[in-house]
Write a protein that binds this ligand. Sequence first.
Ligand SMILES: Nc1ncnc2c1ncn2[C@@H]1O[C@H](COP(=O)(O)OP(=O)(O)OP(=O)(O)O)[C@@H](O)[C@H]1O
Length: 543
Amino acid sequence: MSGSVVPMRVLESDSIESVKLRIQSYKGFVVRNQKLVCGGRELSRSNSLVKDYGVGDGNVVHLVVRVADIQVINVKTSCGKEFTFHVEKNHDVGYVKRQLAKGKKGLVDIDEQEVLFKGQQLEDWRLINDICKNNSDAVIHLSVRKSAKIRAKPVEKNFELSIVAPQANDSKKDDVADRQLRNEGHGIEYYGVVPKEGLNRSIWLEPVIVNPKATIPSVVLDLINSTYDGLLKGNNPIRSSEGTGGAYFMMDASGGKYLSVFKPMDEEPKAVNNPRGLPLSEDGEGLKKGTTVGEGALREVAAYLLDHPKGGRRSISGEDMGFSGVPPTFLARCLHKGFNHPDSVKEKIGSLQMFVENDGSCEDMGPGAFPVDEVHKISVLDIRMANADRHSGNILVSKGKDGNVVLIPIDHGYCLPTSFEDCTFDWLYWPQARKPFNPETVSYIKSLDAEEDIALLNFYGWNLPLECARTFRISTMLLKKGVEKGFTPFIIGNIMCRENINKKSVIEEIVEEAEDLVLPGCSEAAFMEAVSQVMDRRLDLIA
Ligand SMILES: Nc1ncnc2c1ncn2[C@@H]1O[C@H](COP(=O)(O)OP(=O)(O)OP(=O)(O)O)[C@@H](O)[C@H]1O
């Protein structure tokens, strides 16, 4: 994605996996860190062939590479103390200074720290990645005004900072102006209202509220509040090096903890300000069939709103976790210079999702350790939402209170498509998918009501387009009927996914058959009745 074009000979009969392997051997990017996009479509099925995706002579295939985010920094003080901390490569110099200022490093006042590279002062916004890049033997000097000096040199993959005689200075300035701003300018107290004169309008965060009657769960309000505090404290959004769109980690006020992830609509893949340089969509279609560029954020929020808790609908506090564990997500409006603004700095609308501490994603480990019910809860969500992007990198692995493995589904921007063509579920090939649902899951599935859910989305301001609503009705119907028949997630998921890119799935055949049965212009209810009949017949053949 750096903009350079590298010619490469491939056969029509080469698989996508083998193309990625060759990129790996030429360029060193391991296969699982590569994403290929051609003609606006992600070449996501590794066993499909180059010709299946219609890639021909002279076509440009875009390569998006995920790079390791973490850099380990070893800090040595002049009195011989050593400590290590992890820094995201996308962290900026300001972040490193704040870490150093956290008490034990003795550099309490960040205003007194100066970071120098090749004799020039580095501004706080400079990224660690940019400084280390192309300078494997770079030495960064951090000096504390008046007396101290710090040197950094690379140690294998890490780099080392040595701090020379810093003087501790406990006089932390009380940032009065900042506190005033926080008291008066809290975004969420002024939903959609022009803020008071004098507020800090270079930084802003508030929920987007379409229907004033729709209550925002308090867990979401708290998340927005604390994220806003973090921004006002000068903790800039940090762009993730993973993913095809702009995804920004937002920090708390102390600058030591991630609170949320903001994904602006205009930075989605194929959208106008995509930071990865993916070409603009010509027809408005997203990277996956049946999705729309710029609607990823709505789908992210829909996945959270529709992820009802086990006991019923979500309470006003919103603290009760949904059945599938989608982290709290809401539409937010955010103004900050740290996002991708190729032109002028403008307010962005996007999804703000709670950051979940994790030990990596399912991509980093084999599925053996995942509890059956955890896999099943993800399968229920993906089948309901006809998720077209459930690769294992989009399931985070975390630990519950009792130490059990908990799976956290993220990245729902390609849910609720208008067609089933690109539905893919990595969990389909995990052994847990072949186990039957437990009674609790069965009763949860039985409680689902697609019409109620569509009305809920409408209430929160998203009037689901007719074709998306149809997909949702059909997938909910399939899930419910499948469960009635005692089907496993594997059987139901298999009905929904194509075996290969050119062979229609069973659900697609069901839809086509139902379309043939009804008269043009018939009501949606009549069409759904036809789908139900055809589905019953097809499921009987599978049972
Ligand atoms: N709620 C979350 N908690 C913790 N980390 C998260 C969360 N959401 C996203 N991330 C991290 O940010 C990275 C990028 O996010 P995400 O995958 O949603 O972006 P994307 O651009 O939509 O990716 P993709 O190319 O897979 O569609 C993820 O790989 C994950 O590491």
